[in-house]
Ligand binder design. Sequence first.
Ligand SMILES: [Zn+2]
Length: 234
Amino acid sequence: MNDACVLLGKPNAHGSIFRFEGQASVFAYRGGPCYRCLYPEPPPPGLVPSCAEGGVLGVLPGLIDPVQATEVVKLILGIGESLAGRLLLYDALAMRFREVKLRRDPECPVCGDHPSIRELIDYHEFCGVPGGMDVTELKAKMDRHERFVLVDVREPLEYQICRIPGARLIPLGELPKRANELDPSEEIVVHCKSGVRSAKAVEFLTKAGFGKVKNLQGGILAWSDKIDESVPKY
Ligand SMILES: [Zn+2]
């Protein structure tokens, strides 16, 4: 999103939440810093917990979203002082707001003086999510009655909400002790909600000697979007 905003010359009213913390800023506005000035590269996929694992305090979006919306209204009206060049940090446990100054990085790969990124790139590859299988490919495999095992690494509660037909539930946290339930000679397709946890499962299984493991890109959300819209999103 940041790259798209910089390339189109549109400001990005940014907000992010994680556990008990939130951040907000306005990036790529009138020569101000962009998100990549702050974080030039994404963290390795193994370090990024999903919402189901990391969790977000339920009221946090209710605090950060209105900050973003307020910034958007101000930008449209051209009034007030925007958050451009400032990062607002919120710590719910300490109940404290802080602010740090941000500067544009002249070395920034997208908004710097000599940018190396001039068009949108392959973000799956960039974020290190191992190449996998598209949901339409999975559906075609099912329709052809091919032999493979579909493993769902979400939590039991998520499995109760919705599931892909034939998927077998092994929550990511139980995978190390339950991997022996799977046959390394069989083709295995792993899915979760959006593809992050399943990427970790694929990494784990591959290291454990499973040779034919694939990650379902976009998880059950993509399945709901492209294959079966009766599968609820949550
Ligand atoms: Zn930048």
